[in-house]
Design a protein around this ligand. Structure first.
Ligand code: ZN
Ligand code: ZN
Length: 448
């Protein structure tokens, strides 16, 4: 017998406001969601709304809502007003074999207005293409990002800014919803610190040819008062680079502080000294820290150290803006790509909004290794919301993105099936899909 499906909309609502939730029933005459319990249409049932963390469930106290699933109706409305920002569960109870049991459970989240006015955008801010030491073309990296559910991305090749523009230009004038942003990984002469310029309007790597660079760093290094063990030239170069990234409107990211690299004689050690990392975390010339860097499974200790150091920094000082990145060097290798990413709560996908969200500590880092439980790190309040989103909202979002990413791969003739459709057909399909993700999110979120 076909089972009906229950869906709930909206899923994210404002706190302290009366909001109508709609439970839709689609499909067959019966549904089962929990431990094989069956609920027939027309059978009386009761809906309990419960807060997941705060006992006081709803402000208006009528959290027990009698409901009857009419044989003919396909939707029911419930009015709720939530007193506390948190996840809530609607538990539908009914008599099964003479016993009152939970037959279905649906989740929604009540948010304060500051977050409700924003959207949760997923993206990766640090990846490589075959223009440096990665495997795929810059355009392929962009399309593959959409295929796995990202809303924004940048190719950040070693010492090269052009590949990020190449990725953007490959889809110029196409109706797509992925924000493809400029970027590069910066390696300054004589400075071991890896830095990402995310979104900047110009290349910083290009400035190192200019003798003015040496002069500026030399002058700055003489004026610094630094702790023992920190090379003034290195700190000066690092701080100067972050200033230049801000000057061109980018976000300056301090990359993988606890990465263990191999020296030419095969000795393994942290790629920069603890003294330098501590000095950078204390003075914070950067805009954001790679809380989760792109580490393989055997390198996971580095991320553990970064997460633990982040907790220590929060206890010691101001909020610390963070991102999660894959640092992937290939999208089809089954490694790194999609394993770590960022969710930023921004007003839009425009670069200043994305950067503002990260700088205001309205972002989290997500770890999603294949076959493992997804983990989220960052400000406590946001971690709670993102755990809910990962479970209840992102799966549909990602499904919509995947279809667009698939079309983008066809556009550049790099679809894994090898099947070619005409570009006019692909453009038409993309136009048809444009805005679907945003429309879905608008249904999910009840704006204040
Ligand atoms: Zn690096
Ligand atoms: Zn890198």
């Amino acid at each position: 017998m076909p089972h009906a499906e229950l869906t709930l909309l909206p899923r994210i609502v404002p706190v302290r406001k009366a909001i109508d939730l709609q439970i839709r029933i689609a499909g067959g005459p019966l549904f089962t969601q929990r431990q094989g319990n069956l609920l027939c249409r027309g059978q009386p049932c009761t809906v309990f709304a419960m807060g997941l963390f705060e006992a006081g469930p709803l402000a208006n106290q009528d959290h027990i809502l009698p409901l009857r699933f009419d044989p003919d109706a396909d939707a029911f409305r419930l009015r709720v007003s939530c007193s506390v920002e948190q996840e809530y569960r609607l538990r539908i109870r009914s008599a099964v074999d003479g016993k009152d049991q939970v037959v279905a459970e649906l989740s929604f989240y009540a948010l304060e207005d500051d977050l409700l006015g924003r959207m949760p955008y997923k993206g990766d801010l640090h990846m490589h293409s075959n223009r440096s030491d990665g495997r795929d073309s810059p355009a392929h990296v962009a399309a593959a990002c959409r295929r796995i559910g990202f809303d924004f991305m940048a190719v950040t090749d070693h010492r090269q800014y052009e590949p990020s523009l190449e990725a953007r230009d490959a889809f110029r004038d196409l109706p797509i919803d992925l924000a493809i942003l400029p970027g590069e990984e910066i390696h300054a002469p004589g400075n071991p610190v890896h830095i990402v310029n995310f979104g900047g309007k110009a290349s910083i790597n290009a400035l190192f040819q200019d003798p003015a660079y040496e002069a500026a760093v030399g002058q700055l290094s003489r004026s610094l008062d630094l702790p023992a063990g920190v090379d003034p030239r290195v700190y000066a170069a690092t701080s100067w680079i972050f200033d230049q990234i801000r000057r061109v409107g980018g976000l300056g990211i301090f990359c993988h502080p606890y990465w263990l690299s191999y020296s030419p004689d095969q000795a393994q050690a942290a790629y920069i000294s603890e003294a330098l990392t501590s000095c950078l975390l204390e003075r914070r010339p950067f805009d954001a820290l790679e809380l989760l860097g792109g580490y393989h499974r055997h390198e996971v200790e580095a991320n553990i150290l970064q997460v633990t150091r982040y907790a220590a920094e929060l206890a010691r000082s101001q909020p610390l803006p963070i991102v999660g990145v894959s640092d992937a060097h290939g999208c089809e290798t089954g490694k790194l790509f999609g394993w770590y990413y960022t969710v930023a709560f921004a007003h839009s996908l425009d670069l200043p909004d994305l950067i503002g969200a990260v700088k205001d500590s309205l972002s989290v880092a997500v770890e999603a290794l294949p076959g493992e439980t997804v983990r989220v790190y960052g400000p406590f309040r946001l971690v709670k919301v993102v755990l809910f989103l990962l479970r209840e909202v992102f799966p549909e979002h990602d499904r919509l993105c995947a279809a667009e990413g698939d079309l983008m791969l066809r556009w550049i003739g790099e679809h894994p099936s090898g099947l070619e459709q005409g570009q006019a057909w692909v453009r038409e399909q993309l136009r048809d899909r444009q805005g679907r993700c945003a429309a879905w999110l608008n249904q999910v979120v009840a704006r204040p």
